[in-house]
Write a protein that binds this ligand. Structure first.
Ligand SMILES: Nc1nc2c(ncn2[C@@H]2O[C@H](COP(=O)(O)OP(=O)(O)OP(=O)(O)O)[C@@H](O)[C@H]2O)c(=O)[nH]1
Ligand SMILES: [Mg+2]
Length: 439
């Protein structure tokens, strides 16, 4: 039986706890009380929503009694067994469709560190000790707010990042010189590749999983009156309040991290190509600008290497003047160490596409078009496209990888080139003493 499933029939035959010896009853009822908490409270939630709800929410707080109307007959032994072996509830994975529906690649966030706890003013009190002296403790530190880069299929965009975060406050100091509890750190999960800016200044680049940046510091705790004890003042009553946490407005900008970026005009077949070589499922359609968000697919090589390929929305002539989708998506290419220019061979003079694409990349950032790259001539299955291939090769003066994403013709040629580019990238990074991007 799976955890959380109702146990058919309540109790098992022969396992009625009330028929057991007296010495077992106490232990038995303890286990069952737990099972009752689980069974009686969580089932309606599970049935209604159809997915797991964290048990912490449905359990009453420790120390709280069960409702009086709870009948012991409802307690089932088999439920006690299954609660023992239950797995922790897992979050339901979002589908690719849902993930891309709310793709957000920039966010403005107001972050505030937690406030420090207040210091306390009080005096030691004990029988027969008249002048115990000040014993008010200091307040605890406010909690920091920290951005943490997370590499996860489910954290692909900044859509889950809220517009404001407030850190946890520190606790106030106590009697007997007790210091207040420090506020817990509040972590904000952001996808790997997030750039943190304040104004125009780049503060951090969370480009590796686990990278952290302190977005807002928690405030210092206030001082209790014990702190102000001095020879000149043996009974200070002064105490100070906790400091407010740091407050900042940050701009988060996501740059998709992948090894290779597919760059091409709308309808060139970039998404079809990504579908053909990886498990990614970007939408393919015969109208321009089908793809509106970057998609990353992973190509598995024979030697256990994985090459991430990003499908970037189509670029048009004049994109740097904000035509088409503008240059907003070119930032996603910046993180790709090598590029695949995808040309549509079926349109007249396909060689002009490469010059236009390189020009647009240069306009966005100097040197971007000089990155290691390969040229892919797509739709070679169409007769008019195949006829243009020799002309394209002559114009480019270099080998273009002629293939068809639709029929799968010569995909192996592309994969070989991809592997070569990847190996060169790994060698170059290691030479520079840097760790190559791992997927
Ligand atoms: N005949 C043929 N058609 C193809 C090939 N590859 C893609 N197509 C068609 O070209 C059209 C556009 O394909 P997409 O993969 O959506 O093109 P895209 O470059 O991702 O387009 P945008 O997302 O708008 O930038 C679709 O109708 C595909 O069926 C191919 O190799 N041969
Ligand atoms: Mg597309």
């Amino acid at each position: 039986m799976r955890a959380g499933e109702p146990c058919a029939g309540g109790t098992r035959p022969g396992s009625d706890p009330w028929s057991r010896p007296r010495k077992w009853r106490a232990v038995w009822s303890g286990a069952m009380i737990r099972s009752r908490l689980f069974a009686a409270r969580s089932w309606p939630v599970l049935e209604g929503v159809g997915c797991w709800t964290p048990l912490a929410r449905v359990f009453p707080r420790p120390g709280r009694l069960l409702p009086q109307h709870a009948s012991p007959r409802l307690l089932s032994v088999s439920c006690a067994d299954c609660t023992k072996h239950q797995e922790p509830p897992r979050k339901k994975l979002l589908s690719e469709k849902k993930l891309k529906r709310h793709f957000v690649d920039h966010r403005r966030v107001l972050v505030r560190g937690g406030r420090g706890g207040d210091g306390v003013s009080c005096f030691h009190s004990e029988p027969r000790k008249e002048f115990g002296g000040p014993d008010g403790g200091d307040g605890g530190y406010g909690g920091h707010v920290i951005l943490r880069g997370r590499f996860d299929r489910q954290v692909k965009s900044l859509s889950s990042v809220l517009s404001q975060y407030q850190g946890f406050d520190g606790g106030a100091g106590g009697r007997k010189n007790c210091f207040g509890r420090s506020g817990a750190v509040l972590y904000i999960q952001v996808p790997v590749g997030t750039l943190v800016k304040e104004g125009n200044e780049v503060l951090a680049d969370l480009s590796h999983p686990g990278d952290e940046f302190i977005a807002a510091l928690g405030g210092a705790g206030g001082k209790g009156n014990r702190f102000f004890l001095a020879n000149s003042n043996r009974a200070p009553t002064t105490c100070t309040p906790g400091q407010p946490g740091q407050e900042r407005v940050l701009f988060l900008e996501l740059k998709t991290v992948a090894h290779a970026g597919l760059v091409g005009f709308p309808n060139a077949g970039k998404s079809s190509l990504l579908r053909a070589i990886s498990n990614a499922r970007p939408t393919v359609a015969s109208y321009p600008f089908t793809t509106l968000n970057p998609h990353v697919g992973v190509v598995h090589c024979e030697d256990q290497q994985q090459i991430a390929v990003a499908d970037i929305p189509g670029i048009v002539r004049g994109a740097h003047r904000n035509r088409g989708l503008g240059l907003a998506f070119l930032r996603h290419i910046e993180r790709c160490p090598f590029l695949l220019f995808v040309l549509d061979l079926s349109v007249p003079e396909p060689w002009t596409q490469l010059d236009d694409l390189k020009y647009e990349l240069e306009q966005y950032r100097e040197g971007l078009s000089e990155r290691p790259h390969a040229v892919v001539a797509n739709k070679v299955d169409l007769p008019q496209a195949r006829a243009q291939l020799p002309q394209l090769q002559a114009h480019l003066g270099r080998e273009a990888i002629a293939l068809s994403a639709a029929t799968g013709e010569n995909l192996e040629g592309l994969l070989l080139h991809l592997k070569e580019l990847h190996d060169d990238h790994v060698a170059a990074e290691l030479e520079r003493g840097r760790q190559p991007l791992r997927w």
